[in-house]
Design a protein around this ligand. Sequence first.
Ligand code: CTP
Length: 419
Amino acid sequence: MRCPIEFVSMGILTDKTVVVGVSGSIAAYKGAELVRLLVTSGAKVRVMMTRSAMEFITPLTLQTLSGEPVATEIFSLTQESEIGHIRLADGADAIVIAPATADVIAKAATGIADDLLTTVLLAARCPLAIAPAMNVHMYEHPTVTENLGKLRTRGVTVIEPDAGALACGYEGKGRLTDPAIIVEELARILSKPDLAGERILITAGPTQEPIDPVRFVSNRSTGKMGFAIARAAWRRGAGVRLIAGPSAQPTPHGVERVDTVNAAEMLSTVSRNFPWCSALIMAAAVADFRPKNPAAQKLKKNPRGMTLELAAIPDELPRFASRKGNRILIGFAAETEDLEVNAIDKLRRKRLDLIVGNDVSRSDAGFAVDTNIVTIIGMDGGKETTPKLTKDEVGDVILDRLLAIRSAKQRPTPLRATR
Ligand code: CTP
């Protein structure tokens, strides 16, 4: 499943200037959505358009959405002094061409600079991403393949088009990818890849324990925190597998997601994937009890009520700890009272490297909200309580701690002085 178009992490491009180049494809209208999402993600957005792009969408639309003048002409006296090609190139932290036509791709690959957009590409020193959009036969043409290959070799990120029904009536690969994915790719390009080499296994969401085929026992977790950690870890260069309980959250771009329903299924999926990972982050609210004898058929109404017998679900974390090797283990403690005392107890009992405690009784933290306030306690005794942050920001704080644990683990043991 891809990120739906409306989803983009708030603030992931704060303080970044992104220059968006729009070229002449019918997908130019999606350039408007891209600009809007980039602004939502905190970026300052400058737009440049080719002449043919203006046949599909007006500069006024993109100027209104970006809040900045749109550059279209290289030989315009006013534009050149206000938003000239060198200024655009020098001011950009990243450039993205979306949609990129076969023509613009060919010019970028061969260094032709015959209009404002292609001249900026030659003048720029910042990272470049290209999101192609064209007819499937054009996209599969050996010239386009060769040109994209050349650009990749030079370090350009090519954001592959999607397959599906094309505006020209054909079916196949060539649709500009979802603008939300382009934003995520830009955030990754502009992030420090400090988690490169880590393979992070993350659990998220609630579990559902069946009472009968239509009813279950569950909890209020939505998966927002675990999904936010997965997004942040991918942006920072990690390989990410996300084991999700039933959750409506969209699958983060670049992340492998496995859906599970009950605790037994979730924990056995974690166990199977454990040998793959270098770090396990258990953000899921795994059930502690399950109905002892789930009914095979829907239970009928009973005016006298009913008693539900619950069986305990064994905690798997200590077992993962016993085979952890060099892996880093991070757990969560969802509490409504005595947060710190309970979190420290779980940290020790579950033999974790780090525990993230959160007070789930607050309205601005814990389950189902976009913000969180957490107390992070390490095995080394270090303790930190965050202010109220977005869950994406909390994800980054947790990953910073993971990185610190990793460098401490890898620090060579000092040699004993010998006589
Ligand atoms: N956890 C687990 N297996 C379970 C239950 C919990 O691996 N059967 C993990 C959770 O994913 C979390 C941590 O253990 O990382 C703590 O979960 P939490 O529900 O806060 O604590 P419990 O150990 O279940 O204790 P209690 O419910 O009594 O607070």
